[in-house]
Design a protein around this ligand. Sequence first.
Ligand code: TXA
Ligand code: MG
Length: 305
Amino acid sequence: MTPEAAAKLLIDGQVVALPTETVYGLAADACNGEAVAKIYTIKQRPEFNPLIVHVLDIQHAEKFVVMSQLALKLAEKFWPGPLTMVLPLASDSKISSLVCAGLGTLAVRSPAHPIMRNIIKLSGKALAAPSANPSGRISPTSAQHVEYMFKNKIPVVDGGNCTVGIESTIIDLSHETPTVLREGIITKSQLEQVVGPINEYNPDGTITSPGQMLQHYAPRKPLHINSTMGGSKVGVLAFGPIIPDDAYVCLNLSEKRDLEEAASNLFHMLHQLDNADIEEIHAMPIPNSGIGIAINDRLRRAATR
Ligand code: TXA
Ligand code: MG
């Protein structure tokens, strides 16, 4: 589908799957409650799990949220790009309450993908968009992933493979000290260089972002993490030059141990292994630093049943 056709559908209150640099999103006009309700139905997403709103830039975001000094600094450094900020709702915000699931805060992000940006411009809408996968399945990083998971029932704009490959980093700026709610390719230490100390992830053990629920992004096949095992009917998700020599199928996240490359391959390879003729998936250990923290977070969730 063309960006122009997608923009028309969005203006019309329909749902369309769109490319972003992180993962594909299932988008609807964030100010149209009926349109947003369709996202929840299509994804079978629990309604207490709020959505991210995609905007063009800071000015656009300010129609919906109150941008603090810290938020402005972060936006100047990382927007457009894979950073989502949770901020207090503006008092005159026209966002549907379904988007923020009744919370007084809203998650906003300015995506970098040129097609996504063009569709925001063409439609003139802020777009609510969760990842375009049925709830609990692996996030899509190509138009084909969306098509097969939704059995061709959702219109998709094909923008090629996502370059980042994992979802945006989420920082909550609605409290005095910022908290990272979801790790991503923009790391906590990169954020700290701009805003100073950031709270530890989920310090009191309560779920502050519903997306922190452990089971998420799950393949249908059992996934074992930190494994160096191969074997018959085992699909290995490898990392680095040394791989088990008896793997039935082996896909390498990054032979040269490049974590950015590994992130961009992660969901694509999990989709491939999930559809391969194997019985279980074994993921090799990934160093738990830098972008590796986000990759391990996704793998841990994918391994939880
Ligand atoms: O990269 C991304 O962020 C992709 C693309 C499409 O932009 N979107 C994405 O959306 O990953 P989703 O719905 O799969 O994840 C959104 C996360 C959820 O974990 C949700 O709980 C959290 O954002 N979230 C949204 N609004 C929130 C809020 N007001 N407070 C706390 N967490 C929020
Ligand atoms: Mg998601």
